[in-house]
Design a protein. Structure first.
Length: 193
């Protein structure tokens, strides 16, 4: 099965993981849990009246887990390399081969530099799907914006990357659109909680 590795477990990374895993690809997330969300309180996130950032992350993690995302908490990615049409993601103790790479490391652009992604000034240069100049490598959130950072934008960036990956894999434009019957059949009413 096609594998997608996501570095970072904030709104962008977890959104990307959720969408790809939900739609039949394998997702692995490496997360040091250093996201700014722990300092946030969301009053302006669509569909949410008010939630603490750490609580919001727990909801996202629970959603990702419910679809079977392979999450590695407190596991630092120490390097990434492109190997033809694959990537190797290295941690202190291991390395992982992946078809797609999503960088969701906030404003830390070190891994994008290591991959030799193109930059536009200080930010990673991406197209509308969040794909970098390195084919099948994506950058999201604060990596691609100069000072215009917001949780809902980051989640959208992760979703844009996921939908592009799914479109590539399925060979046509992919749309993730569920109806109430889908939620009932998949979660047995969990979506109503």
């Amino acid at each position: 099965m096609t594998h997608v590795t996501i570095v970072g477990g904030g709104p962008a990374g977890l959104s990307a993981a959720l969408f790809v895993e939900k739609n039949g690809l394998d997702a692995t997330v490496f997360d040091m849990d250093e996201t700014w969300m722990h300092k946030a309180h969301l009053f302006n996130y669509p569909g949410i009246g008010s939630i603490d950032g750490s609580s919001y992350l727990e909801v996202l993690r629970s959603q990702a887990d419910s679809f079977g995302v392979d999450r590695h908490q407190e596991t630092e990615v120490t390097g990434v390399t492109a190997n033809g049409d694959r990537f190797t993601v290295s941690t202190e103790n291991d390395s992982h081969d992946t078809a797609y790479l999503v960088l969701a490391t906030g404003a830390n652009r070190d891994l994008a530099k290591e991959l030799d992604c193109a930059f536009d000034g200080d930010v990673v240069d991406v197209d509308v799907t969040m794909e970098t100049s390195v084919t099948d490598a994506y950058a999201t959130g604060a990596m691609v914006r100069d000072q215009e950072w917001q949780a809902v934008i980051s989640a959208g960036d992760g979703t844009a990357a996921a939908l592009n990956i799914l479109s590539k894999e399925k060979g046509e434009h992919f749309h993730d659109f569920d109806v109430p019957a889908d939620a009932a059949s998949v979660f047995g009413g969990l979506a109503e909680e």
